[in-house]
Design a protein around this ligand. Structure first.
Ligand SMILES: [Ca+2]
Ligand SMILES: [Ca+2]
Length: 69
């Protein structure tokens, strides 16, 4: 995980437990949608792995029906 991602995770992780919970994202603008996208296994928590995997991907245009990967 690179430094920038780490810092971003730290900022989002307001209780400092190393993962991002929905409540922590809810406070941010657009956070819930972002949370949904990042929580790959839908366990309600964004782990560092999930965060790392998804960072940089959320610059895409938001289109629900694009299956171009
Ligand atoms: Ca947390
Ligand atoms: Ca998860």
């Amino acid at each position: 995980m690179d430094k920038r991602a780490k810092r971003m995770l730290k900022r989002l992780d307001s209780d400092g437990n190393g993962t991002i919970e929905l409540a922590e994202m809810e406070e941010k603008q657009g956070g819930m949608r972002m949370f949904d996208r990042m929580d790959e296994n839908e366990d309600g928590v964004i782990s560092q792995e999930e965060f790392d995997a998804k960072k940089g991907k959320h610059h895409r245009k938001e289109k629900r029906n694009s299956h171009d990967e």
